[in-house]
Write a protein that binds this ligand. Structure first.
Ligand code: ADP
Length: 167
């Protein structure tokens, strides 16, 4: 097994992908041979962007980071997706106490489903920790400046989708 490639899955909605996500992706990519970014269809969250738009957005943002990153859609159970990808690691980002309870419970349940896959938590740079996709959309929708939270290209996409109140 010493030559086995270590594959990690980083799942999320990425609606839209933020500088916080990108920081976790950069850190995570260093820990594995291949990082699969799983973009959930997550219709229950009524995303602002379709899964195809989110896939393209994440792909574009990750393009400069190199070939060891793949962006793949999924709508199945996370552990089934991770197994299908041959992953031994699930990466999650931890922002604050608020994230902890949900993440703790999910990691625990996922251990029951497949104990051979480890959940690994990473922290983004402190300056990026408060960033959340939900707040980016809320701020943009109310005409606030989101340029410190997302890339210029993502900002344009968010503003184009929420044109009425954008400044
Ligand atoms: P989900 O819909 O599963 O919450 P998200 O797209 O919101 O997916 O986030 C995917 C992962 O990235 C989650 O583990 C989340 O905690 C993490 N994450 C999001 N924003 C940040 C951030 N600013 N710093 C650290 N982790 C983050």
């Amino acid at each position: 097994m010493t030559n086995a490639r270590r594959i990690g899955v980083y799942p999320g909605t990425f609606d839209p992908v933020t500088l916080g996500h990108m920081d976790i992706i950069r850190r995570g990519a260093k820990l594995v041979d291949k990082l699969v970014i799983g973009v959930t269809t997550n219709a229950s969250k009524s995303p602002l962007f379709s899964v195809d738009e989110r896939l393209a957005m994440v792909q574009r943002e990750c393009a400069p980071l190199g070939a060891s990153i793949e962006v793949v859609p999924f709508d199945s159970l996370l552990m089934h997706f991770a197994q299908a990808q041959g992953a031994s690691i699930i990466l999650r980002g931890l922002r604050a106490v608020a994230d902890f309870e949900y993440e703790y419970q999910m990691a625990g349940m996922n251990q029951y489903l497949d104990a051979s896959i480890e959940t690994v938590f990473l922290m983004a740079d402190v300056s990026l920790q408060p960033i959340a996709s939900r707040l980016v959309k809320e701020i943009a929708g109310l005409g606030g400046d989101i340029s410190r939270f997302v890339s210029p290209a993502v900002r344009e996409q968010v503003l184009a989708r929420l044109p009425s109140r954008a400044t």
